[in-house]
Ligand binder design. Sequence first.
Ligand code: ZN
Length: 343
Amino acid sequence: MIEINADEFNKLKICPNPECCSSGIFFLFSCPDRLTNSPGEFSVYKCKNCGFVFQNPRINLECQETYHPKKIWHSISNIESLLKTNQNNSLKDFFKKQALINHFNYSFAKKNIFYFFLSWPFRRILKTFCFPNFQQGGKLLEIGCSNGYFLKEMQNLGWETKGVEPDQESSFVASNSCGLCVENKKIENCNFKESEFDAIVARMVLAHLYNPFETLQTITSWLKKDGQLIFSIPYFFGVEFKWFKNFCYGLQLPTMISFFSKKMLRDNLKKIGYDQIKFYHHYFDRDIVASANYKYQATGKLFYKLLSENKSVRLLIIRPLSVILGVMGLTSRVSVYATLLKK
Ligand SMILES: [Zn+2]
């Protein structure tokens, strides 16, 4: 394993938000890598001025892949189910299809006012999964496409697709087993054409980047005017972070580097030409359950064992609670939708 280089040399003295650069940064907490149990303690700082929360010092860029839990996120075992996406054989699939038709403009059937209302909850679920509004003949890029399961679905739905994936094994699966056009690169090393895409999707990617605002500008140059930028991020100001603090599952140190506030994102996105910026909070119960499990492992308290292991508690309390918190915009994961109005 490559040694981390989380020493004073790498420690930031000012806020890494290029719009801020304030020296008013302060230590919040430190914690270990709870996801993969790699060695070391990793510290999190916050900027008093803009609210940016970031890992400091940050692990070496070269080390990041060593820590990235690809065995968890880049599951490559289930290729058959991956290739069968978009088969409508259950009630859930039916409502998903109706949501795509009535809320995302997918044109495989006519819109229907009855199904418009009935499929409303599925609209929200698809927003959390970063589904784009359909555009006939549109070209879509997914950044960090893993083994291509989302990209394959987008292709099946009528998009012309391209993907980028830094993990060699996953990008190999996406290219060879799924027949997708995927580049095995880091996003910083990509060189797409100016205004090449109608939609760009980056799910849980931005928080891993060292220079997310610079990368956002680069991504924006690849997007057409009126194009859709859709991404998801952990949201540090959500209730799971407030409740579980450095035990929060969404923290995922050390691979997560940057935690944005909505104001920061809105200001930065507006500055580079975006408008119609909307936030959709996720409502996966896993964030509470997994955070409670970390807390139980550390404290041994039965309350956390109940939250993390009892199926009835999960089904009857945590799941409905997560939905309510998500609808109220209070959870610790969020999808961001923005339209590029100025180029
Ligand atoms: Zn700042």
